[in-house]
Design a protein around this ligand. Structure first.
Ligand SMILES: C[S@@+](CC[C@H](N)C(=O)[O-])C[C@H]1O[C@@H](n2cnc3c(N)ncnc32)[C@H](O)[C@@H]1O
Length: 451
């Protein structure tokens, strides 16, 4: 570390025992490290750095060092991006800041490119310190989106480092209170940008199609025998859950759901009074520990900012041996002309959820202890006739109907224009498009002795 000219202050920090440290190992040796330190409002250290009060958490990105043997491997670049992303996702701070001691012009410029603004130059211990921050809801959101895109991209000539989940680390390390559950619960990234009246008919049509697509998947899944209990998360207007509850594998099941939107909850209750639907979110369902044999999530995971926190909650409410049954679209599989692909990608960049999460979900679920037992793929194509045709592993839709699959792009102001250009191209040409729906079945393994 000394060889790289890092002073003691960069390597040690007064809050080290309370900080978060993300390290890369080669064998037993730490070859790269990034740290973050948390400050509650009113912390004197913030005032010392000339930082004004903010209501919520301030997080300092405090340490970023790479051993000489691994210099050039972009280790801390990747660790830093991942740390900042996971901190934003799970702690939801109001402010991120860092301090640069001495003349670190190059570093200041690098952080400025990452969204940090030079806040003040102060003096600390007789040394000049530059304080850089990013703060406020809008700036933090932009920062989050930028770092998520950077994290998704593998840096040139560098191996991608698999970074463990901060949610899991905090929850298992008894630092659960740090997780910003209530802020995450208050957010519904699916509903916020759209008009419910446009979305409900689309959702109803999707439910009808999906139940036909799902029937063979449900039959192929070894659901526990009744009496058993099923919890659906993100039930929405309830049409899909009501149809699911009538399918053979769930005969004799107690079926219930949770939904955070009060508007959708009211619809589900009045249209399907037989369902026990409560207010609750994927991050905090309000259900007791180990209370369900099956948890279902249909078109939910793509709308979550923090899928890891949902996996933690699902693990908690599932009985040992229970199943998590996930159905969702994977936009990473989209195939079509460049102009449409670019609109899909632009939406993916700006959307706080993740419409490609199913690519990564098996790895993440495994980290929480789940075992992937089945993965089914159905390709939806725009080459069908007036009535949708549900075949084995394939759904054929009529061209106009298929275009409705991409209506989500219009829901964001920033991608509205791209959507219009894509639409023009789609209806002017005979182009083919397709995208995959996936079904994942995960098991929460039962401890050996209870099998
Ligand atoms: C695309 S809709 C799917 C509804 C239903 N599952 C279906 O398949 O028809 C997504 C649903 O997830 C809900 N949702 C969004 N964020 C959520 C969260 N954090 N926890 C639980 N549900 C959430 C939305 O309110 C909405 O009802």
């Amino acid at each position: 570390m000394a060889e790289q000219d890092f002073g003691e202050d960069m390597v040690h920090h007064a809050k080290d025992p309370a900080g978060l440290h993300l390290c890369a190992f080669s064998g037993d040796e730490i070859v790269g490290a990034v740290a973050a330190y948390m400050y509650e409002p009113g912390a004197p250290e913030l005032a010392d750095l000339g930082l004004p009060e903010v209501d919520g958490l301030s997080v300092q990105i405090g340490k970023r060092v790479e051993s000489a043997t691994h210099r050039g491997a972009l280790l801390t670049e990747q660790l830093g991006t991942s740390m900042m992303l996971q901190v934003c996702e799970s702690l939801r701070p109001d402010r991120l800041f860092l301090t640069l001691r001495g003349a670190h012009r190059g570093l200041a410029e690098r952080y400025a490119r990452r969204g940090f603004v030079r806040h003040a130059d102060v003096s600390s211990g007789g040394e000049a310190v530059t304080v850089m921050t990013t703060e406020g809801r809008a700036a933090m959101e932009e920062f989050y989106i930028t770092h998520r895109s950077l994290a998704r991209r593998t840096p040139d000539n560098a191996p991608r480092i698999p970074v463990p989940s901060l949610v899991r680390f905090l929850a298992h390390g008894e630092r659960d209170p740090l997780l910003a559950r209530s802020l995450l619960e208050a957010e519904n990234v699916y509903l916020e940008p759209m008009a419910l009246e446009d979305e409900l008919p689309r959702l109803r049509a999707q439910s009808r199609l999906m139940i036909a697509e799902q029937r063979p998947r449900l039959e192929a899944t070894p659901f526990p025998s009744p009496p058993a209990s099923l919890l659906d998360i993100g039930t929405g207007p309830g049409d899909h859950l009501a149809a699911l509850a009538k399918e053979a594998p769930f005969s004799g099941y107690r079926v219930g759901g949770v939904e955070p939107s009060l508007q959708l909850l009211a619809r589900a209750r009045s249209a399907h009074p037989e369902l026990a639907v409560r207010c609750g979110s994927a991050y905090a369902t309000g259900e007791p520990d180990a209370s369900h044999d099956v948890v279902t999530a249909s078109f939910l995971f793509i709308h979550l900012r923090n899928p890891d926190l949902a996996l933690l909650e699902i693990w908690r409410v599932l009985k040992p041996g229970g199943l998590l049954y996930v159905v969702d679209v994977n936009d990473g599989s989209f195939r079509g002309p460049g102009v449409i692909r670019r609109a899909v990608d632009a939406h993916a960049h700006h959307y706080p959820g993740d419409r490609t999460i199913l690519t990564d979900l098996p790895r993440r679920a495994e980290e929480f202890g789940f075992a992937l037992e089945h993965r089914f793929t159905t390709t939806v194509r725009n080459t069908g006739c007036s009535e949708p045709a549900v075949k084995e592993d394939e759904i054929l839709l009529e061209r106009h109907h298929a275009w409705g699959l991409l209506s989500f792009i219009r829901s964001q102001k920033v991608t509205e224009d791209m959507f219009r250009q894509a639409e023009k191209h789609y209806f002017r040409t005979e182009c083919e498009i397709s995208v995959d729906f996936e079904t994942h079945v995960y098991r929460k393994p039962a401890p050996r002795h209870s099998r």
